[in-house]
Design a protein around this ligand. Structure first.
Ligand code: CA
Length: 228
């Protein structure tokens, strides 16, 4: 068994098609026809990944994701019919691991699923490391970040990006490396995603606390340094 995947999709034909393809690939699949059912099935556990449509009855995909992320870090791939940058940023910032725009080729969806599941395995925290950089403290087991005594509110993606920078303090990480490590090898979205998320982190860390931790190395990438 490759894993158990929940399909939250109100278009019955599309849901059935994905279900059949997943089963053909050796996955177990479950279906939910609306957001409310999808949320409770995802929270009940037993699934390894959620495919989440955005336009859903009862609860929208974005709202399902928001509520799900309060209790679970199960990988979520958004299925979106609207191919706008705004939706992607909202979805990814809301804690989705990836998105795919409808209509999509099933091979592409399968590749995204494999990448998300691989990434989940490779990032499964062994014990729980605590990373420090100056006044910053990141606890991967508790999924918390503190600046001194103040807890930062970071999205999943911001957290993963910061963890990567803190693990490699003083080392310049290229955009490609950050994309691969934080977004996944098969990521095919906007290449400026790294710059966008670095901006988010700077506003929550450097700007908010009057420090300078995150440096741009022009033409190369980014590094986190603590020169206190
Ligand atoms: Ca829909």
């Amino acid at each position: 068994m490759n894993g158990k995947i929940l399909i939250v999709e109100d278009e019955e034909k599309l849901a059935r098609f994905i279900e059949m393809e997943l089963q053909h690939e050796g996955y177990e699949a479950g279906k939910a026809p609306d957001g409310r059912t999808g949320l409770s099935m995802a929270l009940d556990g037993g699934f390894d990944l959620v495919l989440l449509d955005i336009m859903l009855p009862e609860l929208s995909g974005v709202e399902v994701l928001r509520r799900l992320r309060k209790q679970s870090d199960i990988p979520v791939i958004l299925l979106t019919a609207r191919d706008t940058v705004m939706d992607k940023v909202t979805g990814l910032d809301g804690g989705a691991d990836d998105y795919i725009t409808k209509p999509f080729a099933i091979e592409e969806l399968l590749a995204r699923i494999r990448a998300s599941l691989r990434k989940k395995q490779s990032t499964a925290a062994p014990g729980g490391d605590v990373l420090r950089a100056g006044r910053l403290l990141l606890d991967s087991a508790r999924h918390t970040v503190f600046m001194d005594d103040t807890q930062l509110e970071l999205t999943k993606r911001e957290f993963d990006l910061l963890a990567m920078l803190m693990e490699n303090q003083g080392i310049v990480l290229t955009r490609d490396r950050l994309l691969e490590q934080v977004w996944g090898y098969d990521y095919q979205g906007e290449t400026n995603a790294v710059d966008v998320y670095i901006r988010f982190l700077r506003s929550k860390i450097d700007d908010a606390f009057g420090v300078k931790y995150i440096y741009t190395v022009r033409g190369v990438g980014y590094t986190l340094k603590n020169e206190d």
